[in-house]
Design a protein around this ligand. Structure first.
Ligand code: ZN
Length: 408
């Protein structure tokens, strides 16, 4: 299992002077290609699920696929919800499996951005989830902007970063220093002096969005000035589209499989090129040994009730799924009934928490307290509970017959 703590992963890059690639995934081809590229380069990687791309796929389904691919990967992987604009969206991202979130208040005033970011930091941190904030505004190339958004860049002000950081407590800071979303290479003019000033003022990893618009030589300058995460998508989309157009020209009657032939490979090549350029290649083992794995917690209760029939219990379960499923950091609520009537315990709850931090958040949440005190505890006369994490360590016997696992 190689899903790891995103905050620790980015701080590892920050301390060791390289940058983690955060690549947008918009389909299974992108997901396979990004993981494949990271594995080929033995590099840690972040899978980005971006709010303004949700028209391209079903967020819940692609997030589930990302979690599955991350757990199966031989390199450390984390999953970030990118450019979230509301607290509700952040909570949904955490529920679907993201273990990092970016809140984009870059189109708000300084005060509004601080307030939104701080609200998100408070709720995300209560779930053990780190937050990336943006100060200034990284513009979008014309034709790629969201409806109603302004398209003018606002450079990050070094005069504001310290106060912003102190008031928001964000874990990483995305900066605007001439980088632009969705831009082809070589159009930007980076203000590296501004970046160096920001880096000297705040001790948090800096993030660059719009990596596709930068030249190879610029990346080293960014990493030397505190950039530890680079968001990258446009060039992946460009090489994929170019491949599809080429396939269509070669075989005008080609079926779907013919048109997308080789798409994964060209995306993977570009991912590999970036990871090597950003000094992330061959870092996977160090990250796996120094960074905590990401472990969900299962909160399980088996119980009997004072009821003569199932009906009142089924009603209580339905209410529990509704109320408890909305508590921050709860990924899902399963309610169950024993298969056989003479089972020692007849009913169960299985509540999945995003992280161990949610144990306390959940226990003290007013919705849980009220549900437990008024509906559950008076009814459940006899119960056992446990909070547990999955144990995946190999036994000695398995170890003898299996290739050495990667630590974590
Ligand atoms: Zn971005």
């Amino acid at each position: 299992m190689a899903l790891v703590n995103l905050r620790e992963m980015v701080y590892h890059a920050y301390r060791n002077h390289y940058a983690i690639g955060a690549f947008d995934i918009v389909s299974l081809d992108f997901l396979h290609a990004v993981i494949g590229g990271a594995e080929a380069q033995c590099a840690p990687v972040i899978l980005n699920l971006v709010e303004h791309q949700f028209h391209l796929y079903d967020f819940e389904i692609l997030a589930a696929a990302a979690v599955c691919a991350a757990r199966r990967a031989g390199v450390p992987v984390a999953i970030q919800l990118d450019h979230a604009t509301t607290t509700d969206s952040v909570l949904r991202g955490i529920r679907y499996g993201c273990n990092g979130v970016m809140i984009d208040g870059s189109e708000l005033s300084f005060e509004e951005n601080v307030r939104l970011t701080r609200r998100v930091v408070d709720v995300a941190h209560s779930c053990g989830i780190p937050v990336e904030a943006e100060l200034g505004h990284v513009a979008r190339r014309v034709g790629d902007e969201r409806p109603g958004s302004r398209d003018q860049p606002v450079y990050t002000s070094p005069d504001e970063v310290k106060l912003f950081q102190r008031r928001t407590k964000a874990d990483f800071l995305a900066v605007s220093i001439g980088n632009v979303h969705g831009q082809p290479v070589g159009r930007g003019q980076l203000d590296l002096t501004r970046l160096a000033r920001i880096h000297a003022l705040v001790d948090v990893p800096l993030v660059i969005h719009g990596g596709s618009g930068l030249s190879d030589a610029e990346f080293g300058c960014l990493i030397d000035r505190g950039v530890a995460k680079i968001n990258y998508y446009t060039m992946l989309s460009t090489v994929a589209a170019r491949r599809i157009r080429g396939n269509a020209i070669e075989d005008r009657a080609g079926a779907y499989g013919t048109l997308v032939n080789g798409v994964r490979e060209v995306i993977q090549q570009e991912v590999e090129r970036c990871l090597a350029l950003w000094r992330a290649a061959d870092r996977a083992d160090a990250v796996l040994s120094e960074v905590a794995p990401w472990s969900e917690v299962e909160h399980m209760i088996v119980y009997n009730t004072i009821d003569e029939s199932d009906e009142p219990v089924l009603d209580m379960m339905a209410e529990g799924r509704r109320v408890l499923g909305n508590i921050p950091g709860v990924r899902r609520v399963v309610t169950g009934r024993a298969v056989t009537k003479d089972a020692k315990y007849r009913y169960c709850w299985l509540v999945r928490f995003a992280h161990a931090a949610v144990i306390n958040t959940y226990r003290d949440h007013p919705a849980h307290v009220e549900f437990a005190n008024t509906l559950f505890r008076p009814r459940a006369d006899n119960r056992i509970s446990i909070d547990f994490t999955e144990v995946n360590d190999l036994t000695d016997r398995e170890r003898d017959t299996t290739p050495a696992p990667i630590a974590g």
